[in-house]
Design a protein around this ligand. Structure first.
Ligand code: FMN
Length: 345
């Protein structure tokens, strides 16, 4: 597998990415193939990587962890790298290494509640340690000319959602952070699984909006529970942007429906997106990527359309057995379109 990482931050334009619409970091989901797909759905959206720990970047296979598809580098697809960690020196080192991989931004995860993450003392538990987070982000900023940002919750456990969040934001703002992606619910660190922590603690958009209004010098991006375009557009005027997670994965056309009013983009046809992904699969399966690794992210493309079941079933079941590049994607997309046309006639 070859992933071009020729473009350094020095070569890349240093303008801040447009953050009005972003796709959230999601472990096991927002890998490079998923991001390429989302880029075809909404070319202006800022796309997040899965979280990568600073230690993995320092000690692991860097090209595998950080490399982006050459076509995405060439097209300057805006991608934010999310790092996890709580050691300022190691986060700085990981950020320095990431400079060579063409990212638009480096983000620190202060929102993820999983046990694995807590035992490494990073993720959401760091909301209780604003001074340490401030140290981490200033060390990261010292290692790159890219924007450094934070993703966090509105609090953890019994932390006060008003004063606790304000103190946390004061600390990171004091360390130079100008952008925060805010998952607008607390993380409860005891007793809830990571999945429950994405649903059970109540959403509080009003608190997020108050923060955004009180910090006009910062960009506050709203995240959490925005599962249709209307809901996201309703919130957008109060924030610098909206970040979509699960809905972007399960119903990806939500991104196109948002990109239309936000960026003035035409909603691309599903067939066109499928065609672009088939071309991508031709190139990457030739280099050894299993077709399934690409198509698994695309199963929601026809969600809500006639042909949705056909698409999910055939793409889901047959991708593991095919060895002819992206042909399956072209075939199933054509069959879905034909079915829709037949039923509409
Ligand atoms: C499968 C999955 C993996 C996730 N992994 C991460 C992660 O690596 N880093 C992070 O900050 N948040 C992670 N999250 C949380 C999302 O980024 C987002 O904050 C959360 O899903 C709420 O947004 P939503 O309601 O739009 O999905 C993950 C969420 C899911 C569903």
């Amino acid at each position: 597998m070859r992933y071009n990482h020729a473009m350094t931050t020095g070569e890349r334009k240093m303008t801040a990415p447009d953050r009005r619409l972003s796709v959230a970091p999601m472990m096991d989901w927002t890998d490079r193939h998923c991001r390429h797909f989302h880029h075809h759905v909404a070319p202006d959206a800022l796309l997040f990587t899965e979280m990568v720990t600073a230690d993995a970047v320092i000690h692991g296979d860097r090209d595998r962890l950080l490399g982006q598809p050459p076509e995405d580098i060439d097209a300057a697809v805006p991608v934010a790298l999310q790092l996890g960690g709580s050691d300022p020196a190691r986060l700085a080192e990981a950020t320095r290494i990431a400079n060579d991989y063409g990212y638009a931004e480096v983000n620190l995860n202060v929102g993820c509640p999983s046990d694995r993450v807590q035992s490494g003392r990073f993720g959401a538990c760091l909301m209780a340690e604003p001074a340490l987070v401030a140290e981490c982000v200033s060390a990261m900023a010292g290692a790159t000319s890219l924007p450094v940002t934070v993703k966090c919750r509105i609090g953890i456990d019994d932390m006060d959602e008003e004063s606790g969040l304000d103190s946390f934001i004061d600390a990171i703002h004091g360390a130079g952070i100008m952008t925060v992606y805010l998952h607008a619910r607390k993380a409860w660190l005891q007793g809830l699984s990571p999945k429950e922590n994405r649903d059970i603690p109540p959403l509080n958009y009003d608190r997020a909006a108050r923060l955004a209004a009180a910090r006009p010098d910062m960009q506050v991006i709203l995240n959490g529970g925005l599962d249709n375009a209307g809901a996201a557009l309703e919130q957008l005027p109060s924030f610098a942007g909206v970040m979509i997670g699960r809905a972007a994965y399960r119903t990806p056309m939500i991104l196109a429906d948002l990109a239309a009013p936000v960026f003035g983009r035409e909603v691309p046809a599903r067939l066109q997106i499928a065609g672009a992904m088939a071309d991508y699969a031709d190139r990457h399966t030739a280099e050894g990527v299993p077709l399934h690794a690409i198509t698994r992210h695309m199963l929601g493309l026809y969600h809500g359309q006639r042909g949705a079941r056909l698409w999910r079933r055939h793409l889901g079941e047959e991708a593991r057995n095919r060895r002819d590049g992206g042909a399956l994607i072209r075939e199933v997309a054509a069959a879905c379109e034909e079915m829709a046309a037949r039923l509409a006639a």
